[in-house]
Design a protein around this ligand. Sequence first.
Ligand code: 13P
Ligand code: SF4
Length: 319
Amino acid sequence: MTMTETKSRLVEEIQQWKEKRNAIILAHNYEIPEVQDIADVLGDSLMLARAAAETTADVIVFCGVHFMAETAAILNPEKTVLLPDLEAGCSLADSITADQLRQWKAEHPGAVVVAYVNTTAEVKALSDYCCTSSNAVDIVNSIPADQEILFLPDMFLGSFVQKETGRDNMQIWMGECHVHAGIQPGHVDEVMAQHPDADLLVHPECGCSTSSMYQLSEGMLPKEKTHILSTGNMLKHSKNADASEFVIATEVGIIHQMQKQNPDKRFIAANEQAICPFMKMITLEKVLDALKENQHVITVDKETADQAKLAIERMIAIG
Ligand code: 13P
Ligand code: SF4
């Protein structure tokens, strides 16, 4: 059997099992192309959390990383949430533990905790609000201006939110995603020099986001062609913008979708090495096994889930 025949057979089998189990496949924009192509919903973290909250399916196959499946499980304790590979973790979520957060809160009594969705369920349970890159600014703006905020765990997203909201009473945890942190100002400068007419789309978790914000404020990058966006908003921008070339500063998996939606436009990675090993762990074979073998079921204990749910529901409601 050729590779193409094997792939079509796998896709067909996945469809059959999906129907049999009344399942939905949710996939993040960083997944491998074949997995993106079989998703019922493909999106950024906020869109996927909303899809998980709204689905009527019995089974949710989460093609993403562990914290995403956990969020879906918290929102749907009565449904089966499957993560096709248990090793699909997240270096950013690992950058703060529940104990570290307890300690930080003790040092700032009365502060409101805003946690990026890239956190464990235990960390969410200790937080007041969750946010994603697409609504972090709106969430922080919804909190009274005189209220101290502890923002975690991503320092680059934190600096972006601080700049956008103008808040000086926001403490930021010094965590980072190793993939986004690896997209450095030098990468962007080099690629932009080769494509001076391109729109520049930067994810706020990137190591280059602080320098892009500085260059924007100093007029070194044009305002109308430089945008700091979540992956979902990057896709919207690339569809709607007039530009024919785009430099993309985020995990490279998203370029598959951009190219698919805009065959006549050109998308160039700011750093071709920005590949998330966790997102790439999910394959068609593992999706099929997940449906057939009911693996790996993600659950969160009731007490943690009940506490975390409040923060997640606030995230879903805003922005
Ligand atoms: P968004 O898709 O919400 O922008 O998040 C990016 C990310 O790093 C997910 O792990
Ligand atoms: Fe986590 Fe970074 Fe991978 Fe996103 S790209 S899942 S933040 S390690």
